[in-house]
Design a protein around this ligand. Structure first.
Ligand SMILES: [Zn+2]
Ligand SMILES: [Zn+2]
Length: 412
């Protein structure tokens, strides 16, 4: 069966994902996210959708789903955990749009209707959806993250974001035989240093900064990275604080222990961290030793308040543990040593270090995963360096690097 596929965004970039598949009288949408840049960037408008699928709760995958499921009746297939975290992200998106005076991308009513449209699925479950048997698979990226397997005449897998190695929070994704493989390529051309080595260097740096009397500020994404760092630091015995949306996400993770690799460890980590709940506890946190807080790219959230408090102290350190997209404060800090706080560019005198705690498979791991899935066609997405995969794949597979807006046909 011929299906017409089209990326509405995210084909050749890490951000604002969205793809449609059209055929057999139905239109399917996989992901509809946004790039949280200033101002935010959105995927192309979608046609009328019959069935929507969400791989996970990061903004670049879920952020614009209310535009689809809030505006017309359309089931949304995802894990219940991804649905609940996405709901937080969507309300936060409206809050930011209001604060920054951006046009509202959707209404609170759209978010409510989107949550009502959710059809919860879990790993290993198979449902008949439109003309496909759809199986949900574990993507290993963050808790609740899924790949979708579409079976009709052949098997097609859409990876979303994946990691193939175990992290502290989740286990790795497993390969599955298929004919068509849509796969992310965030780390095209780059490999991670061994995670254990990164963890040791990170902890050694924290000890060094605290020994010299500084404070450690760790800006983190709310979903996944905050908890991965909490798990890593839980037994160090320092005075540690956690602030921002990561606190609510930790509670949601604990509500769905089946998606967590070792829920006892996460419970222990939550107990070891003091939670910032109001201005008073924020004042106490800044007197403590380690602060883990959103936003991960320093573009908003409580992190800016803490940064303001320590920015002139060369004994303190900002430890970056996540991806810093272009045109964000985080990228500006890395490249120019300053950030914008309340509209003013401030120089940061603190030590700055960056660590690779990525939740994505790297180049070699992606190539290995593709080989083990043994597809005929490989479609690479979610990457700024897709060409880097060609030398490893060409000859063995038919490789597609579609651009956003380009229609292509797949036998499915
Ligand atoms: Zn992600
Ligand atoms: Zn992503």
């Amino acid at each position: 069966m011929n299906m017409k596929c089209k990326f509405l965004g995210g084909a050749d970039m890490v951000g604002r994902m969205g793809m449609t598949m059209e055929g057999d009288g139905s239109t399917y949408l996989i992901e509809y996210g946004m790039s949280p840049t200033k101002p935010p960037e959105y995927p192309l408008p979608a046609p009328r959708i019959d069935y929507a699928f969400l791989t996970h709760s990061h903004l670049d995958h879920c952020g614009m789903m209310p535009r689809i499921c809030g505006k017309n009746e359309c089931d949304l297939f995802t894990t219940p955990l991804s649905a609940e975290i996405s709901e937080l992200m969507m309300y936060d998106t409206l809050k930011i749009a209001k604060a920054e005076d951006y046009p509202m991308p959707y209404t609170t009513g759209d978010i409510e209707r989107t949550m009502k449209a959710v059809v919860p699925m879990t790993y290993g479950e198979c449902l008949e959806i439109g003309g496909f048997d759809v199986t949900m698979l574990d993507a290993g990226h963050i808790p609740g993250a899924a790949m979708f397997q579409y079976d009709k005449e052949v098997t097609t897998i859409y990876s979303g974001d994946i990691h193939t190695e175990a992290q502290r929070l989740v286990g790795g994704a497993k390969p599955h035989d298929c004919t068509n493989l849509f796969i992310e390529g965030t780390y095209g051309g780059r490999n991670h240093p061994p995670r254990k080595q990164t963890e040791e260097m990170f902890i050694a740096k924290i000890e060094e900064v605290l020994d010299r009397g500084g404070k450690v500020l760790i800006p983190c994404f709310a979903a996944g990275r905050t908890q991965e760092i909490m798990l890593l630091l839980r037994n160090l015995g320092y005075e540690m604080w956690v602030d921002g949306m990561g606190r609510s996400v930790t509670r949601l993770f604990l509500d769905y222990p089946e998606y967590i690799r070792d829920v006892r460890h996460l419970k222990a980590a939550k107990r070891k961290f003091n939670e910032v709940r109001n201005a008073n506890s924020r004042a106490s946190a800044i007197k403590g030793e380690i602060i883990v807080t959103t936003g991960g790219m320093l573009d908003g959230g409580p992190v800016l308040g803490y940064l303001k408090a320590i920015k002139d102290d060369p004994k303190s350190a900002v430890l970056l543990v996540g991806y810093q997209a272009e045109d964000t404060n985080g990228r500006m800090l890395l490249e120019e040593g300053c950030v914008k706080i309340d509209g003013e560019v401030c120089r940061i005198a603190c030590e700055l270090q960056k660590y690779d705690f990525s939740a994505h498979a790297d180049h070699e791991q992606i190539v290995d995963f593709i080989r083990k899935c043994d597809p005929e066609k490989v479609i690479i997405m979610h990457s700024e360096n897709r060409e880097a995969f060609l030398p490893d794949l060409e000859g063995d597979y038919e490789v597609f690097l579609p651009t956003t807006g380009e229609e292509f046909t797949l036998d499915m």
